[in-house]
Write a protein that binds this ligand. Sequence first.
Ligand code: PEP
Ligand code: MG
Length: 882
Amino acid sequence: MPKYVYDFTEGNKDLKDLLGGKGANLAEMTNLGLPVPPGFTITSEACRRFLEEEALPEGLEEEITEHLDALESRMGRRLGQADDPLLVSVRSGAKFSMPGMMDTVLNIGLNDESVHGLAKQAGGNERFAWDSYRRLIQMFGKTVQGIDGELFDGALEELKGGRDDLELDAADFQRLVTTYKGIVKDQTGEDFPADPYRQMSMATKAVFESWNAPRAVIYRRQERIPTDLGTAVNICSMVFGNWGMDSGTGVAFTRDPGTGHQGVYGDYLQNAQGEDVVAGIRNTISLQDLEGIDKPVYDELMKIMDKLENHYRDLCDIEFTVERGKLWMLQTRVGKRTPGAAFRIAVQLVDQGMIDIDEAMTRVTGAQLAQLMFPRFAKDAESKVITKGMNASPGAAVGKAVFSTDRAVELAARGESVILVSRETTPDDLAGMIAAQGVLTSRGGKTSHAAVVARGMGKTCVCGAEELEVSVTERRFTAPGGVVVSEGDVISIDGTNGAVYLGEVPVVASPVMEYFEGSGELGDEDELVQAVHRIMSHADASRRLEVRANADNAEDSARARRFGAQGVGLCRTEHMFLGDRRRLVEDLVLATSSEEREQALAALKPLQESDFTEIFQEMEGLPVTIRLIDPPLHEFLPDYTELSVKVALAGDRADEKDRKLLAAVKRLHEQNPMLGLRGVRLGLVIPGLFAMQVRAIAEAAKAVPGARAEVMIPLVGAVQELEHVRDEAQEILAEVGVEALIGTMIEVPRAALTAGQIAEAAQFFSFGTNDLTQMTWGFSRDDVEAAFFSKYLELGVFGVSPFETLDRDGVGRLVLLAVEEGRRTRPDLKLGICGEHGGDPDSIHFCHQAGLDYVSCSPFRIPVARLEAGRAALIGAGSDTR
Ligand code: PEP
Ligand code: MG
């Protein structure tokens, strides 16, 4: 039988899979000799079994009892013992920290008898005991029994009648206990459970069940956390921060999670317990001020923070409690941070000798880099600053103010940009935060829910905005000076400096973007740009994959070069025929005689040639893969219905050209254009089209010294198709006197399945995973994302769109097969990818593992691809790209 329960002394930080992040780190701190209240952890495996079997797994209850007995004898008290009770907290803790799951129930073990015992323990402090008891009922009622938290909050507010919570006395809290018990009875039909063991067991089951709470499910999907991990449960003996003014609770970071700078960052709240700091019941004081209140505790905390940072070799965040002058550590973990801080901290730690540059590179991600490339607000923005708050999560966000999660989701679904405004957010707001461009709150600081979650998501967030009166019911807020912003009014928030503006503020490029663009000065002052530069240089030195660009013109090619592209991996020639030139393609398709066709081709050729020349010039001898035309015909010909109406309305006066066009469109009309006459098929059907293109490529290459052209044939499914085109292309290249590789895209499943044969006629393969995904799944890439992907994501058919991240199990197998069989035929076969997946972190890791030579992606994604290719080389198989 598996072991389901581990004492804190038995675990360690590497057991996160089993003990969850919180449990593993509590164990680590215990073993480091730090002051952690004794306790034990029930494993996530127990949770998985519980969820599968809908009952506690066999043996679990006995194991819990055994560990509880041991805890009780160690503490010299029994759980909920009337005259001298042991109290415990029950806290969830999955491998990844997950807002939306049940979090914590404190003070388990209290009832009408043991509340007196607790008062006695506290030297007759009745107020403390009754306050603790009402907190238990409140937390238990809300999180374990699912009662609306507002009912409890409302009763508390009513009792306070405008007073501070510190002004309430024992009798007030005792009355509140009675009211709360009434609420529980009303809502559940049953009395609040007085039996301490029943309290603990109900709370444990509730934690297990919260793994599948809707908010947790949304969060996992967003963060791509597997759904089958389950959560561990931590049972920890209670220490109390609400004992009196010599007690308190706080959160701290070993470095600023916004900038990465070392120092003392955190909040502290005297005479308070657990969630009070994040819930914003009173204004917290800064951690620095704790020094003046209790110097020995402050000094000890600083020492511990130092020890933790050296031990974890990273920024740690910490929750602690002071109980009558004694410091207790309740939690630590490697802390979340902004993308900018992630880069800065990684490099700072290298400079401090704590980690090497390899490790620094694994600690940042392409997703973080992408965020650093976002634009910011123009500094000299004239728009009005209406208030300022805390710069909780950086970035520039503009959108319509909305005051509820539902509205945020609704408007975002219509394609509108919104800013979610609230007093403070709760896990219930998760969907709204995901939907919004940014979040603005009027309460709470950098450790509030909004701040922590927004930072984790990379969402812009301004917290605790000054003198902001938010009225959720009236859907508006009032800023200082009486400025009223109602739902739908546009505001702009700056998560980097905390400013809130009325109206839309113009945005400018980020310094990291400027650095990539080559215009950024690499001055000493910009620590962030320096850090990005060092990590990017290391990624370039480490990676095996080359990075190329999908670029169809000189401008994109130039940007791609600035961003570090090592070639063009896909030049889509049909893109060169959009706009004004579309008519020329129409002429070609409509040509009925060889003369007409030749005329049309002759008109196209010089345009093609000059396009290619410009690209070759920009790429200065780097390889340029030019794909012969692949136009799904519907993208090039006029709409059949529209044209029919036009011709019908014109009657006898209809233009001759329109008539001819209509006849042709009718003839060429396809039910499934994506599976129709396109790619190599079109090249084989329209004589002279591919030949014209190859000649244009060859002549352009000849004209640009050092140009390296690669001719790529699209949509090949059989080697015979390729042979026809290749033979003709080789002749033309020889005629012009230019050498160029000739290869094909692998984007039809049959091509992957017959890659061994196709490699006979191809010098390179480039995986067109857009089509390969479309055809492997049998999904129309133009239609399905809007039609049913949200349902599929909801049902968990896949955790992420296969058009975004390569589907390793299906499409990936075809890629692996084609790599293997292609290379068997032709050992020096060059292999790349040019579908959208070429810029997606997880897919890049797959490409590295599959042994491809390069990835090709849009110019803006090149830095991300360079970084992830470096990380893939280092992290190796089975890597986690989150
Ligand atoms: C592909 O199919 O992956 C590809 C790159 O080609 P396109 O997107 O142009 O069809
Ligand atoms: Mg394609």
